[in-house]
Design a protein around this ligand. Structure first.
Ligand SMILES: Nc1ncnc2c1ncn2[C@@H]1O[C@H](COP(=O)(O)OP(=O)(O)OP(=O)(O)O)[C@@H](O)[C@H]1O
Ligand SMILES: [Mg+2]
Length: 327
């Protein structure tokens, strides 16, 4: 098998906690574990969707992959090279982020034209006709050339997303991490933005990590799906198989929570029970146990390990482990 474009191994991200009552009792400042030992690979031109509820660590993981977040453990390899201070500049040339909040991620003092032209200047590509590139990119994302003179506060949220996308794809990246690229857009515009990303992918052979809490969105877009729960990937595998036969009860519940477009195929899986636990009060044993409709005794005492099922799917659940040992 060819070497993956991106390989993420045991990647962890933590944030310092603000000093609170707990610190005073224990005397040491705590850290919030936002991403815990995430592992997956991505091939060139492939799309991996990362799904999960709010706070499951999706954005933290996406930013950490592109070196925008300090890594607490594990590693990221791009074309086989570990990402570190020495290789960060070349990664930035070939990989880009579409940020979750489109407006606040654009510097308010720069015009749209300056913002889209920035990647060329940052990477010293001054031999290019930046103005022409800006017009090309505006057209590519379906915005008129006149938009170049506007400032971020003068454009809509949907337009800001397109500007973010234009910036991200300016240098024909080999990888983009798109964080909720269609959130807050009308359904028709959502489809347009996704189609645009697909088109760019077909043209440039670009790989994509699509971060979303909306599983129905990725049905036709992603080749692989990773499901995050409380910072851990609980299931990862080929999109079709994962959606039609989820192995983890959390994946099943996420899918069941989305209305299926075909009423005859609506699923009857049980809904997720109760609230998401706090990242600071993780349940013992399996962390999904407190909401799992099929939890067993072992789930209360032992955290399940990630296990491959032999078909390219990895699942973190005692049920899957049971089935394996049973055969
Ligand atoms: N810069 C930061 N400093 C401190 N805590 C952070 C920071 N960024 C995220 N967190 C915390 O880390 C956890 C994971 O956040 P993250 O934004 O990665 O989740 P998410 O899955 O992207 O959520 P959403 O779907 O709401 O965007 C949350 O508890 C969040 O409050
Ligand atoms: Mg997020």
């Amino acid at each position: 098998m060819t070497e993956p474009l991106l390989h993420v191994r045991d990647l962890s991200v933590t944030y310092p906690l603000r000093r609170g009552p707990l610190d005073m009792m224990t005397g040491k400042p705590g850290r919030l574990e936002a991403v815990i030992e995430a592992t997956f690979s991505l091939q060139a031109a492939q799309t991996l969707a990362i799904v999960g509820e709010s706070g499951s660590g999706k954005s933290s993981l996406g930013r950490a992959i592109l070196g925008l977040e300090t890594i607490a453990g594990g590693e990221v390899r791009f074309r086989g090279q570990p990402i570190g201070p020495a290789s960060l500049a070349s990664l930035r040339r070939e990989a880009a982020m579409v940020f979750q909040d489109p407006v606040s991620s654009l510097s308010p003092r720069r015009s749209v034209g300056q913002l889209i032209g920035e990647p060329f200047r940052i990477h010293g590509l001054t031999n290019r006709d930046v103005k022409a590139e800006v017009l090309r990119l505006l057209a590519l994302v379906g915005l008129p050339g006149s938009m170049a003179d506007r400032y971020p506060h003068q454009i809509s949220g949907g337009q800001a997303r397109r500007v973010g996308l234009a910036r991200a794809v300016a240098l024909d990246p080999k990888l983009i991490v798109a964080d909720e690229p269609t959130a807050g857009l009308d359904v028709s515009v959502q489809a347009e933005v996704l189609n645009l990303m697909r088109r760019l992918q077909d043209q440039n052979g670009m790989a994509m990590i699509l971060i979303t809490h909306n599983i129905s969105l990725i049905r036709h877009v992603a080749e692989r799906i990773a499901v995050a729960y409380l910072g851990r990937i609980v299931e990862e595998g080929p999109a079709g198989a994962l959606l039609s036969a989820p192995a983890h009860p959390y994946t099943a519940a996420l899918i069941a929570a989305q209305p299926h477009p075909d009423p005859d195929r609506r699923r009857t899986a049980p809904p997720i029970l109760g609230e998401t636990p706090s990242l600071l009060a993780r349940p013992k044993g399996c962390e999904f146990r407190s909401r799992c409709p099929v939890a067993m005794d072992i789930c209360a005492s032992q955290a399940p390990l990630s296990r491959g099922d032999g078909t390219g799917r990895v699942v973190r659940c005692h049920l899957t482990a049971d089935k394996e040992t049973g055969t």
